[in-house]
Design a protein around this ligand. Sequence first.
Ligand code: SF4
Length: 411
Amino acid sequence: MDTRRPGAEYIGRVTTTPVSAPLTSGTPLSLYVLGRESDPRSERGVECPGDLPPASDPSLVERARRAKAALGERLFVLGHHYQRDEVIQFADVTGDSFKLAREAAARPDAEFIVFCGVHFMAESADILTAPNQKVILPDLAAGCSMADMARLAQVEDAWDVLADAGVADVTVPVTYMNSSADIKAFCGEHGGVVCTSSNAKSVLDWAFARGEKVLFFPDQHLGRNTAVLQLGMSLDDCVLYDPHQVDGGLTADQLRAAKMILWKGHCSVHGRFSPEAVDDVRVRMPGVQVLVHPECQHEVVLKADLVGSTEYIIKAVEKAAPGSKWAIGTELNLVKRLAAAHPDQEIAFLEQHVCYCATMNRIDLPHLVWALENLAQGHVVNQITVDAKTEHFAKIALQRMLDLPGETAKD
Ligand code: SF4
């Protein structure tokens, strides 16, 4: 995706309710302190078992090296672009979530896939790897707040709302890669598909060839930006389904008139970049090119010069001429690494008030050392497994994406 243009709304909300609240329409999400409490339905708030080495231990790097060497070819470490430097130095390959899942699938001899990323990514890796391969997430509290914004019970409720409005039969569900395995399975079972930020346009073309409408989740911004900027829809073609309101806060007539039914979810990092930050950086850095991820608000994307996936952002900087000036709107760890790798360019972080992805940063060196040393000692810890039925249908949704022309060659 590499376009720029038109304007919409952004709404984010966090509410507090008891942990035991049922997950139905109209029920707000629970708020947990990371690393405390537990919620088996969520990617968040799960304690990491075992004794972690202290972060102050000066031998952590050496311990990680030793454990990795002891495991040898049995181990393959994946590092998402948004991970900390202290962790990414141990990655055998770096990439976005889908690239990493495919890299894991291409290493059938690796018994242990240690995924330095978040929970939904490890699930995808488990789905795409062989049954004998074990996928490990060093900290189980490394979830994704966006993935948590669309839960299976909520999506099933939404599908019932669409059926009551008489439009479920003509709607194709499309989920972003950043969703839990059971949501991908829902799409597989209901004629739908998975997309990434690189291929959202091709996937939506596929979906609209099969239905009149798309139910797109969990990220409203990727859905809106792709529909309006790449498929030429108007903002009026899009409606926002709020799982915390009765019937999504929409009338049956609104659902019947819409082409894109966007789920009210967003990324806690990319959703925070503001249009004002774009105006501000253009004043502070004359000649700057603003480069943002499509999970950013529509108004931000409209003001940017370039928009594209994480891999697109990396390639844009890599091929830029010395002296190029960039203000980049994506996760801070990646922007800092790009700046360090390209000292001949001027690379700034787009927004002063946006911080690291809190859940990605759960994976730190103590957790990595703890996981690697346990594996080296024969203890499999924090294994992520997807049950057979969920895997079956999630694979169908993933395969529909992989079968798109040219898809196998893409990042
Ligand atoms: S950056 Fe956003 S989408 Fe990615 S893991 Fe963090 S919250 Fe989820």
